[in-house]
Design a protein around this ligand. Sequence first.
Ligand SMILES: [Zn+2]
Length: 253
Amino acid sequence: MKKIKGLFLALTLILIANTQYQLPASAKQTEKVEIPVLLYHVVKPDPDPNNPYQFSLEEFEKHMAYLHENGYRTLTMKQYFNILDKKAAMPKKPILLTFDDNSNDFYPYVYPVLQKYGMKATQFTVSSWVDGNWNMTSSELLTVMENGVDIQNHTVTHPFLAELSRDQQYAEINETTNALKELTGRTTNAFAYPYGNYNADTISILEELGFKGAFKVGGGISTDQSERYELPRIMILQEHTLTDFIRMIETGY
Ligand SMILES: [Zn+2]
């Protein structure tokens, strides 16, 4: 009898263990959504040592190789917002790569590295700079767009938005939406604040125009709890080593 009781107890324990084992379905939904968003500017073989925003291509290649070798999954902007909105499952190590200012190093230097690893990225584009003398051409923008690079809104002239009237801010944002729509045939729904500078008017305009979110500079790792119009980005500067990079994508700082 004791033996049977013992067996029964063992079976019950296995059953309980199994039941708990099936719980992760609900546990999954409470899993923390954390997505590092990287911000690069110019990336080229010979960065100006006096310009902290210019980054070395050789170091950039090390970053992308590290992400590739360590199982990071780069996201499109659509995937990024779907994960934040819980409309899509989060891959194990998601990351969003963003580049600001549509500068002319992107096509010859950054884009081939992204292509090599099949990586997705976003180019926050200043519409009056398209075809400018230190910027990407229209046809380069269209080529990268067809190959995994989202073209998103970074204003017409790259102003300090908080210094402008509401009407001026509206024009800076909406005219770029129109110009990029004309160029690419696609509607932009993500925004990056030039210089990370904005005020309450900027946010209300972005909401009014139906943007899904906007990115600032700094602030750690983005999560589903982040303010949608103040999404953090990790800015990569020339001084950062590979060790800094690894710490920053893990901790946000
Ligand atoms: Zn910018």
